[in-house]
Structure formats: structure tokens, C-alpha cells
Design a binder for this molecule. Sequence first.
Ligand SMILES: [Zn+2]
Length: 207
Amino acid sequence: MFKNCRVVGCGRPARAATGDGLDTRLCRSHAEHNARHGSPYRGSYTAKELAPHRRRAEQWIADNIEDIWVKNALERIATLYTTAGPYEEAYRLRGKSPQERSKIAWARLRKAKIDPRMVLQARLAIELITICDPTAEKKAEFKVVQAAKLVHRMASGTHKRWGEGASAKELHAYPRSRGNVLRHIGYQLEAATELVVANCKLLSVDK
Ligand SMILES: [Zn+2]
């Protein structure tokens, strides 16, 4: 049966899913965009766009560190770390399923000693930016993927620095986060933080 890509105005034929996280209702280009960003057409938020929202989330977590839902979310994120199984070097990821890769991503956070507060901060920052952005993609999957991208980046990649002071050169290379891995990470994070998101005053004031 012939079908067109469901993105309005695209008109290209929809393709059968051939790879990771691709959507059969979309053309190849929109399917790839959807896999990487969680929306067929909407791009990811930049670090600069996110910075003020991350600061607000960080402050709110610090002010509410004794809150029952904050504690609950931080414990559940820590549980994702401890139940993730063994850490694997990046070069050993070949051939592993998205689910296995998502567990390794949590194990990587554990090994890098990333504070669970940073993970919760990323989740809340995405919630805040989509509330404040009138043109934001509202579907849940977009937020899930956007938060997962931030988390995936926290403990991955190669970071090098040469030289000293103002003339120092830095290289930051990140492995490309694949669509299905991001969805696994994102939905696990969603489940771990759903109660704090539902009860967070910072979010209800803005709504
Ligand atoms: Zn398309």
C-alpha cells in the first residue's frame, strides 16, 4: 500500500523501517530526524537555550532536597545506576541491543560518579523549557528523547585538552546516540521521575 510521509507538506513516500528507531510512517529523512531528536521536524534544544532552565532546576532541587518526591526520584535514579549491570568500554558496544546499550549508559554514569541530582536536573530542565517555549513540541516522546540526550552525554565521549590558559585547545567528541537507546534511557528516566514532575511546584506555577 502506498503511503506518504505524515509530515505536513513533505510529500515523500514513507519508508519501511530499516534501522534503529525509524518510524514507518515517515520518509527516510524525517524518520532519521525523529530517531535522533524525538520529533520528525523539531530540532534539539541547544546547551545555551537550556542553561537558564538547568540553573532554575538546580536551585529548585537544592531548595527542596528534603522533599519526599525529590528524595524518591533521586533514589530511583540511583537504583537505575546500581541495577544496570557491568560497565563496558565504548568499543565493546558493537552488536549489543538498544536495551543492553541503555543499561551500559546507566552503568557509565555510575562509574563516572555522576550525581543523580544532575540527572534529575536535566529532566526538570526539559520540562521547564517546553513549558516556557510556546512553539515547543508537546508530545511526550520529544521530552523523553531530549532528556535522554542530556543524560547520555553526561558520561560519554572523549574529552581532550592541550596547552594551558587562553590558548588551550579542547576536543569534545561524543558517540552518536542512537534513537532506540535514547528511548530506553528516556522512558526509564520518565518512570523514575514521574512523581516529582507531577508534584513539582516549579512546574505547576509555570503551567
Ligand atoms: Zn518526510
